[in-house]
Design a protein around this ligand. Structure first.
Ligand SMILES: [Zn+2]
Length: 295
């Protein structure tokens, strides 16, 4: 934890945001499990320290020093164009120039927990997607409490509950249980709409797991609903907006940990500002959607 704190401090000393601190911790878990390693590996016999930096990164003493090696990493990250809007593992991959661009994805949840534990209030609000969406406060449409299908011509393709992990998706805790319900539109990318009146509390951009999508709280405060895997750049609402049932939110896509285009919806009990931090327990949306005439 001391090394994680040194990484976070190095980022803030350079005037970089919490999102950078999280990326630094994520990178170091992936390189050294946050240890100052004094030996190399097959790919880089001269790799050293928290970030496994090779000779070309700087003097041995700097690469073995948590603060100095972190600063070397963050300066490399600053040189990655648009790192703030990249998927975090891609931003790290470009800074580190390692072999596998997806190597760091699986260390994101652990890095999030560490940054939250060390960073207090400000860090608790950090978005694992690393994106910084603009704030909005519009009210769109007539809030009448009704429910509609999430996509007009869609079919329900997968239900909530245990299932084998789809081939080609990342494993881990998400492997053998489907935490949501899927809809897909045959033949074309559907328009995803708000299933009921909701306040948008989270917009994600190219998150490694959930891709691009939105999370909303129902206006009665009883449910939080996530709608994910939208087309990149297609989200039409902003955090803080309140939207009526049927308001277009974005376009069905295949971003995140998926094998094909579809909408994945997750339901949580109560009004959660950001249900991914920490990972909260989902509820089965089936009875709710049946009662509302959607299934
Ligand atoms: Zn799904």
């Amino acid at each position: 934890m001391r090394n994680a704190a040194a990484i976070m401090k190095a980022a803030s000393d350079l005037g970089m945001p919490v999102a950078a601190q999280l990326i630094g911790v994520q990178a170091s878990i992936g390189e050294s499990t946050l240890r100052v390693i004094d030996f190399g590996d097959g790919a880089g016999p001269d790799s050293r320290g928290l970030f496994q930096q090779r000779d070309s990164w700087g003097p041995y003493a700097d690469r073995m020093d948590p603060a100095k090696s972190s600063a070397l990493f963050f300066k490399a990250l600053q040189r990655v164009e648009g790192w703030e809007s990249l998927e975090p593992t891609i931003a790290i991959h470009r800074a580190q120039r390692n072999a596998d661009p997806n190597h760091y994805t699986r260390f994101r949840p652990q890095a999030t927990e560490i940054v939250k534990a060390l960073g207090g209030e400000a860090a608790a609000l950090v978005d694992p997607s690393g994106a910084c969406p603009a704030a909005g406060n519009e009210v769109v449409g007539d809030l009448a409490g009704k429910w509609v299908r999430p996509m007009a011509e869609s079919i329900n393709t997968s239900g909530y509950g245990p299932r084998a992990a789809p081939a080609g998706t990342a494993g881990g805790v998400l492997a053998n249980f489907h935490y949501g319900i899927d809809f897909a539109t045959p033949g074309h990318a559907g328009t995803i709409v708000a299933v009921t009146d909701m306040k948008i509390v989270k917009v994600r951009n190219l998150d490694g797991l959930f891709g691009t999508g939105v999370t909303g709280q129902t206006t009665d405060g009883k449910l939080t609903i996530g709608m994910y895997h939208m087309e990149a750049g297609s989200v039409r609402v902003k955090e803080g907006d309140t939207v009526a049932a049927g308001t277009p939110l974005g376009t069905e896509g295949a971003t995140g940990n998926v094998t094909g285009r579809h909408l994945h919806m997750e339901f949580f009990a109560g009004a959660l500002p950001n249900p991914m931090i920490p990972i909260n327990a989902t509820i089965d949306p089936t009875p709710i959607l049946k009662e509302k005439g959607i299934l």
